[in-house]
Write a protein that binds this ligand. Structure first.
Ligand SMILES: [Zn+2]
Length: 234
């Protein structure tokens, strides 16, 4: 078993960074392929999720062994031709445009991927690991949760390295975020009306992307890690 929390960036994935178990990454690549084939963008609203935290706007309360808790699920809306298809539209399969139907059909035909619309949750895709191999789910759960906790809660990370900062739900908060925001403001980047408020929100994420682009950093992903910190002078 390999269990490790990773970030995933796909050509068709927009809005939020995906956090996933390393063993779910090949499935994310497949989902990205299906989206590319059908000319869709996958608008990510949630992926790996800390245990017990409510998620804004979720229409289904997490099942006891949710695949979100081990980084084997995404919640998404689908964007095509400038229109965003949310749970309301996605819940009515027959009325969907052919490209979205083809995307969902590809998910359904995949050997392990599941479209949540088949069990009342049309914005959800996972690989059914909780049912296929509950013992593996139980092995992965504490590992992914401890890595998520280290990422999202300041001060808890055991190793003495700064945490990665990026856009999450709920938002990351802390003095480390504020330090990054102050540097961005000093360098002339716009953080919107809230300024350096210690929350890593949309405006901060966009400013980081612009900064990385301006500095020719690779990748330009909106994630503050070692390279971006150094470039900011932190
Ligand atoms: Zn979900």
């Amino acid at each position: 078993m390999a269990t490790e929390l990773k970030t995933f960036i796909g050509s068709q994935f927009i809005n939020k960074l995906v956090l996933a178990d390393i063993e779910f990454i090949p499935h994310l690549e497949k989902i990205n392929d299906f989206a590319a084939t059908n000319g869709l963008k996958i608008f990510i609203t949630s992926s790996a999720r800390p245990w017990g935290l409510p998620v804004g706007g979720a229409i289904v309360s997490p099942a006891k062994m949710s695949n979100h808790l081990i980084g084997h699920a995404i919640d998404m809306n689908i964007q095509i031709g400038g229109k965003l298809y949310t749970s309301h539209e996605l819940g009515d399969f027959n009325s969907l445009p052919p490209a979205i139907k083809a995307f969902i059909t590809a998910i359904r035909n995949h050997p392990v991927l599941r479209w949540g619309g088949d069990f009342g949750d049309p914005v959800h895709i996972d690989d059914g690991l909780n049912l296929r191999n509950p013992n593996l789910w139980k092995d992965k759960f504490p590992i992914i949760q401890s890595e998520l906790t280290g990422l999202t809660q300041p001060g808890i990370r055991a190793v003495n390295t700064p945490r990665l900062l990026f856009l999450t739900t709920p938002l990351m908060e802390g003095n480390d975020v504020k330090l990054v925001q102050e540097k961005l403001l000093t360098k002339g980047f716009d953080l919107g009306k809230n300024g350096a408020d210690s929350f890593f929100g949309q405006a901060t994420s966009q400013a980081v992307v612009k900064f990385q682009d301006q500095q020719d950093l690779d990748p330009v992903d909106g994630i503050v890690g070692d390279t971006t910190r150094k470039a900011l002078g932190l």
